[in-house]
Ligand binder design. Structure first.
Ligand code: ZN
Ligand code: ZN
Ligand code: ZN
Ligand code: ZN
Length: 155
């Protein structure tokens, strides 16, 4: 039970605390850069990371279960996504896709980490090399097929 309320296998890149509780902030511009909530609130910086970088807030498995009463729902995480390109936050997956498509399409997003991949426990968030808008459109296709396979499992 105890591991579910911690970020298992994750350590804070500022204070070095590992498997910490509470919110986790993952940088969407630096590969594999995470902060605990205390360091995030403090505005910790190290390496090439600065406070200007967009960060995605991630919740623990236990918090996730609290929202869903333990039901496994692979899509629609109960959290809002942050745009890695302009640091706006509060998007749902659909709104983020719409935002990136209208605001950032074709600008060559460069190397960023997808906030949706970063929020999926089963996915290793890697820096994407393709355009972020293109990548997000693939997500909405994938989640539709996830929905289909989920409903098949229930019936
Ligand atoms: Zn820390
Ligand atoms: Zn960073
Ligand atoms: Zn944006
Ligand atoms: Zn992604």
């Amino acid at each position: 039970m105890s591991h579910r309320d911690r970020h298992e296998g994750i350590s804070c890149d500022s204070c070095g605390k590992s498997n910490f509780r509470g919110r986790r902030y993952k940088c969407l511009l630096c590969y594999d850069y995470d902060l605990c909530s205390a360091c995030y609130n403090f505005g910790a910086v190290s390496g090439r990371h600065t406070t200007d970088h967009a960060m995605q807030c991630l919740i623990t498995r236990a918090d996730y279960d609290t929202y869903f009463g333990g039901e496994a729902i692979p899509v629609d995480m109960p959290q809002s996504y942050t745009c890695p390109l302009c640091n706006s936050c509060g998007f749902t997956q659909a709104l983020l896709e719409e935002h990136v498509t209208s605001e950032h399409a074709g600008c060559g997003s460069g190397e960023v980490i997808c906030p949706i991949c970063a929020s999926t426990p089963s996915t290793d968030a890697e820096i994407i090399s393709e355009d972020l808008a293109t990548h997000l459109i693939q997500h909405s296709r994938t989640s539709r097929s996830d929905l289909i396979s989920t409903s098949l499992l229930i019936t």
